[in-house]
Design a binder for this molecule. Structure first.
Ligand code: XMP
Length: 428
């Protein structure tokens, strides 16, 4: 099955990904290519319907102004040359960009055949072709990307997929239970649940430096996963939740660098896996749409970003079990109340964290020396900058009351009002 597609050639635009998304929104698949792509590489693409030469301000590489191989014009494929002929004026798309793209797609005369269902259908075929009767291993964290990869692989190869869910004790309330419920009970997946809570918390005891905490959590995770992999026989492939922004994030010229970062970094040499990356050409909103179409619960597909080291970087300083429970419980209350107030889709990320300093309170007419909890809620587009949205005061009071009465050991609730920059989103 060949699907129509538009190739976007990056001639220094800062908006390649935005253009690619808009084209896909208009129903045609699109991909971004480096400025030095060869005409025959483009010509060999299945279903190539049009080419966009996407000029922009970053048009000098290694001291030379970049340009495309003129052979591209000889391919006989419609070419849209954006701001490129003007040479000095790279900034503007003529008029309304979406309308320009819509007209260009129309001009190609090719079918608008990019949608969630057509992606799922063709990806499942491709997965079956790549995998055959071989077995695939997948680290299933319960995040959006790994969950959608799991759902696709279950559909494509059923029990030839083995999922490993490692509970490192730093997940949010109910997360491991949801992974087991959705994948093992509802989807019948072959799921290995590894309770590594004690192991992680013991390793982290007394460690207060945030970067060292991250390193321990990262390397211990790989070690646990590797032990599970060695226990299983005859697995040749490893599923990965790489998505398109991982590849194109900072321009196509960095694609190789970002990719290697997302490969099986750290797994030992003798554990050689071929990679299976079924969502590597999808943007995040497309990943969510695929998840919904495959029947994953909304709470899983619309999940907010959550750092790999989890609550480990929200339990400030050296992690203690009592404070870890306080941050987990207060975070669950915050999420529940934001959900109830229908803020879930309106605020980008919200969570609680707990400092490692006590403060004075009064409980049952006696002095109590307990912990404060901090609420962090931010809106952002790309997590590079962020602002604090206004949260209705009655809701803040309700959340505060609930945390103070329901979470033992907490006597104070604070709200972080700092934008990024200067403050980062996480405290560690
Ligand atoms: P900062 O704190 O840098 O966070 O403003 C930006 C975004 O990245 C998330 N974050 C992490 N994600 N591993 C991750 O996978 C990490 O170590 C990590 N630290 C921060 C953070 O939650 C926010 O969405």
């Amino acid at each position: 099955m060949s699907r129509s597609m538009i190739a976007i050639v990056d001639l220094g635009s800062t908006e390649n990904a935005a253009v690619a998304r808009e084209i896909r929104d208009l129903g045609m698949y699109s991909e971004i290519f480096n400025f030095d792509v060869k005409p025959n590489e483009l010509g060999a693409l299945d279903g190539l319907a049009g080419i966009i030469l996407n000029g922009g301000p970053n048009d000098v590489v290694d001291g030379e102004k970049i340009d495309v191989d003129a052979g591209i014009y000889a391919l006989g494929i419609p070419v849209l040359n954006v701001a490129h002929d003007a040479r000095s004026e790279y900034s503007a798309w003529p008029g309304d960009r979406k309308a320009v793209l819509d007209a260009f797609i129309e001009k190609t005369g090719k079918a608008r055949d990019w949608n969630t269902d057509s992606f799922i259908e063709s990806e499942i075929k491709l997965l079956r072709e790549q995998i055959g009767s071989r077995k695939v291993l997948l680290a299933l964290s319960g995040g959006v990307d790994s969950s959608v990869v799991a759902a696709l692989l279950i559909k494509a190869i059923g029990n030839n997929l083995t999922c490993v869910h490692v509970n490192h004790g730093l997940l949010r309330k109910g997360e491991s239970e949801q992974v087991i419920d959705v994948f093992r009970r509802q989807m019948g997946a072959n799921l290995i649940y590894v309770d590594a809570v004690e192991r992680f918390l013991t390793k982290l005891e007394g460690v207060s430096d945030p970067e060292q905490k991250r390193r321990i959590i990262g390397s211990e995770f790989i070690r646990v996963f590797e032990e599970e992999a060695r226990r299983l026989d005859g697995i040749e492939l490893l599923g990965q939740g790489t998505i398109y922004p991982d590849i194109v994030e900072s321009g196509t010229k960095t694609a190789k660098l970002v990719k290697s970062h997302h490969n099986v970094g750290g797994l030992p040499e003798d554990l050689k896996f071929e990679l299976v990356e079924p969502i590597k050409m999808l943007f995040k909103d497309e990943v969510r749409a695929v998840g919904r179409a495959l029947g994953l619960p909304e709470s899983m597909v619309s999940r907010q970003p959550f750092p790999g080291p989890g609550l480990g970087v929200r339990c400030l300083g050296a992690i203690t079990r009592d404070r870890l429970e306080m941050v987990r419980e207060s975070d669950a209350i915050l999420r529940e109340e934001f959900d109830r107030a229908s803020l879930a889709g309106k605020v980008w990320q919200y969570f609680t964290l707990i400092p490692d300093t006590k403060s004075t309170g009064v409980r049952n007419n006696a002095r109590a020396y307990e912990y404060p909890v901090v609420i962090r809620a931010v809106n952002t587009v790309d997590a590079m900058t962020a602002e604090v949205p206004e949260i209705p005061w009655p809701l803040m009071k309700k959340i505060t009351d609930r945390i103070l009465t329901e979470v033992p050991g907490v006597c104070r609730v604070l709200m972080d009002l700092s934008p990024k920059p200067i403050a980062t989103i996480e405290w560690e």
